[in-house]
Structure formats: structure tokens, C-alpha cells
Write a protein that binds this ligand. Structure first.
Ligand code: ATP
Length: 212
């Protein structure tokens, strides 16, 4: 793939993949672009543009072949290979993620957790070993952890991210409210649950005020 895929497109790929997988289970072998658009709530022009980054995948008058498309997105999303990720900060949120452990998508799992709390280090939480932060670089290397989730308190996030960058991390899923400068080659996805909820409330309030 020569062209860089826009982030918005990349974020829609799992949505497409999930729906295609549902269609396959339901025994459907093809879908029109308008049906797909309706189901995933993405307009068909956007779908066509998203798909165009991967070459022409649909046929006029036929729509999309479910199997072909599903195989294709599965490969693009690396779902045919197990990706083990690490988590730093086994607090309330960290623990929730360890328990959740992306079971619905069996190809991604948290393989190791890290914390500074001596009461947690050396324990197994939700089936996942908790290592000391002293072992971070060594375990990242041994377990080939290239993607790390951070759920540490905000005031420790910067130092943790600096260490991850020095250890050649490839991707960071950031649950802290801090935003980081990272070198090229490192990707950060920010998940700000408070912000999401406030945005939702903002839109609902606007609606109630009749502004829309
Ligand atoms: P949450 O924000 O997830 O609700 P919490 O209130 O349970 O968390 P926090 O104080 O936010 O607890 O800490 C989350 C976890 O991060 C704790 O288990 C804490 O021991 C751990 N932690 C704090 N500082 C660091 C650090 N520098 N490196 C790794 N882990 C850390």
C-alpha cells in the first residue's frame, strides 16, 4: 500500500469488518454499497473512498463480495495474527481493561501488565501477570510488546511515555488526559472517556434547547 491511509478511514475498518463478519455468519455472500452504508451508518461516498485506498473492491451493479472483503479487511487489520499488548497502571481503569481483555476479538489480548505498587507486582490479575516497572524494557523485548495501553495517573504519564519511546514502542493507547509529542514512527490513540461523555451531554443539552 503506497498511500498513507487516513486515520478516520483506519478507524472505520473494524466497523466494516465486524459487519462483514456478521453478514458471513448470516450466510450472505454479497452486499450492495447502499445496504452497507445503511448498516454501518457511514455514507456510501465515504465507504467508496475508504475502500479506494485498498484498490477497487466493488463491482458496479453487483456490490461487494462478503468473503473477499472480509478476508481483505482481516488481513489489513492483522486479525489473522495474535497481537499481544501491554498495559501500564493497574488501577480501576487498568483493571477493568484487564478483565475485559478484548475477548470479543480473540486476536488482540493484553499479555502483560506493569505497575509500581509492590502489592500488585508479582500477582496475576484477571489471568495476566503484573510486572514491576523495573522489568518494563526487558519484558517488552521478551514478549515483543509493541503496543502499550497507559492507564497511569496523569502526573506519571509523561515519564512512562518517555520510557516507552526509548524502548521503541510502536503504538500507545492513551487513557490519560495528557497529550504527547512523539517521534515519527510512534502512533498514539487518545481515549478520553470524560471528554466523550461531556461531548455527548453537550449535544443532548443543545438538542433540549432546540438549537440542534
Ligand atoms: P484509575 O485512574 O485507573 O481509576 P486509580 O484511581 O485506581 O486509577 P491511579 O492513582 O490513577 O489509581 O493509578 C492507577 C495505577 O497506576 C495504580 O495501580 C498505580 O499504582 C499505578 N501507577 C502510578 N504511577 C505509576 C508509574 N509511574 N508507573 C506505573 N504505574 C503507576
Amino acid at each position: 500500500m503506497e498511500q498513507e491511509i487516513p486515520r478516520a478511514t483506519a478507524q472505520r475498518l473494524p466497523i466494516y469488518r465486524r459487519y462483514l463478519s456478521y453478514l458471513k455468519d448470516a450466510g450472505k455472500d454479497r452486499i450492495s454499497s447502499s445496504e452497507l452504508s445503511e448498516a454501518v451508518k457511514v455514507d456510501s461516498a465515504t465507504i467508496r473512498r475508504d475502500f479506494s485506498y485498498f484498490g477497487a473492491l466493488g463491482k458496479r451493479g453487483y456490490g461487494y463480495d462478503v468473503d473477499t472483503l472480509l478476508d481483505f479487511f482481516t488481513k489489513v487489520l492483522n486479525q489473522d495474527r495474535l497481537t499481544s499488548v501491554g498495559l501500564i497502571g493497574v488501577g480501576n481503569l487498568g483493571n477493568a481493561l484487564l478483565n475485559y481483555n478484548f475477548r470479543k476479538n480473540s486476536n488482540v489480548r493484553i499479555g502483560a501488565a506493569f505497575d509500581i505498587n509492590p502489592d500488585l507486582v508479582g500477582t496475576i490479575q484477571a489471568g495476566i501477570p503484573v510486572y514491576s516497572m523495573d522489568e518494563l524494557e526487558e519484558q517488552m523485548d521478551l514478549q515483543q510488546l509493541q503496543i502499550m495501553i497507559i492507564t497511569v495517573p496523569e502526573n506519571h504519564a509523561e515519564e512512562v511515555v518517555d520510557r516507552l519511546i526509548a524502548a521503541d514502542v510502536k503504538g500507545i493507547l492513551n487513557f490519560t488526559p495528557l497529550r504527547f509529542e512523539v517521534p515519527e514512527g510512534v502512533r498514539v490513540q487518545n481515549v478520553d472517556l470524560t471528554n466523550e461523555l461531556q461531548t455527548l451531554i453537550f449535544f443532548i443539552d443543545q438538542h433540549i434547547d432546540g438549537v440542534e
